[in-house]
Design a binder for this molecule. Sequence first.
Ligand code: GAP
Length: 561
Amino acid sequence: MALCKRRGFIYQASEIYGGINGFWDYGPLGAQMKKNLREAWWQDMIMRPAWGRQGPGGKNVRCVPVETRIIQHPKVWEASGHVGGFNDPMVDDKETKQRFRADHVWVIFAYEETLIANILTQNSERLAAGETLPISIPPTFSVVAGSVTEALRYVIENVREFRPYRKAEWATNDLFDEPTVAMYDKDGRGFVANTLPLIEVLKHYSIDVIPSPATQKTGTLTPPRQFNLMFHTYVGATASEDDKAYLRPETAQGIFVQFKNVVDTTRVKVPFGIGNTGTSFRNEVTPRNFTFRSREFDQAELEFFCHPDESVEWYKFWRDFRMEWWKTIGLAGENLILREHEKDELSHYSQGTSDVEYRFPFTAPGFGELEGIAHRGCYDLTQHQEHSKTKLEYFDQEMQLRLQAEGKSKEEIAQKSKYIPHCIEPAAGLDRGVLALLCEAYTVDPSRPSPELMKFHPRIAPIKAAVFPLVAKDGMPEIAEKLHAELSDKFWRVGGVEMDEKQSIGKRYARMDEAGCPFCFTIDGETAASQTVTVRDRDSGQQERIALDKAGEFLKDKLGM
Ligand code: GAP
């Protein structure tokens, strides 16, 4: 964060007024870097989707862009479910005034096996009748953690052994939903423990036995309360309830509400995608972790519409492509994973969702979501069709011709050639993308004179090259200026080319290392006579000498253009 501020990647919004929680601005380097990320997405998802690969069944991948507004008709958000359901349950710590997302805090309760056995035996009749037992006995021990991994790590470190606990061993009741573990402490005593999000725990237990994540004390938490995450505003001067509107919480809905217009006014044919990028707003109750959870952030979303029978194949196609894509722009390695959601995590309409997750320093050893790839079925178009009373079915002419050729009945042809397409949604966060790329690039190498450097992939690097005269005399600045002008002319579309003649050459290299500039060209005492320059590689620090008039080609090659 210090480097981000110092080098002009990211600043606190309204900093001179003390800042505003959940809002961040980009400085010169950050703004260019984010633009590079958005453009990489645009090029690889819209202009040449999936790098020109063919999709399932050898079909071409075609995508078109839209740019839709932040403010839409309020009914859009009723249809999408955001007005009714876009809520986060929160609990407050009454002592410290800290607020926690109840579904993000994990609690392990451990009870002695004999205690649980007694409760279950004593209540066997109630359990047999299908009743749930509210347990309000103090646990033998409890631990509160920010993630399941953290919670389980505590168990591993603090008990002698543990094994998965099978619910059937005890009784049929839902006190101990998965994941549950049986543990044995150092004295050989057995425990059963369950790991659940705070919100689930609160449903089962009396609030007074839940330790606060802030203090580890019991009795200081409020019951969970719902917060709607949508910002609202008023359209027009009167600011009455009738004029209430929302700032979009996602760019995706703009695509669904323009689906019909795009189909009617362009030549797209299923399967095809519509992409939308732009700013979304969520009144996050606990904005935190730098830009990771902001209240204003940019998304890059694609809605890919396909025939229902092909949707699972397309889901797999986009899921795998998106994972591969993040790797090609610099997130290769063990910090990036693809996490397929469990069946019970999926919405009723979805046949699959996966997240591309990155191990941010603040989530480690866990991971944080960078992008979600969801099979959304026909849910959104159906919702908008119902709420707007506008038909959003797609007429599949190719299907009609095929069925006609196969000699199918008129009824079957009519029925099968009109349908609501299914939708696959790769939804990426550009700010989270920038943050992940910054974290991945940040490297400390104590063996270098200036140990901090940013190892950006050349496509993402905000400055592509720098030109330095070794000293500001002997004709070197003039040659440097000429080379700088030539390179700027060639590369301005993809990023900056800097010229710097102040300070020692070591300091100038260090400045460029911190900015993540991959190549520095230096005009030195030999240049005029031999018409050569040195090129320094940021990551190795190694220099090579190349022909002055080949500098542009060298850079073009290295930038993969
Ligand atoms: N249309 C689906 C959708 O919006 P999401 O998982 O809620 O799905 C997609 O958001 C992406 O947007 C996330 O993977 C994340 O990268 C980004 N995002 C969501 N909330 C964010 C926040 N508060 N701050 C920064 N980025 C956020």
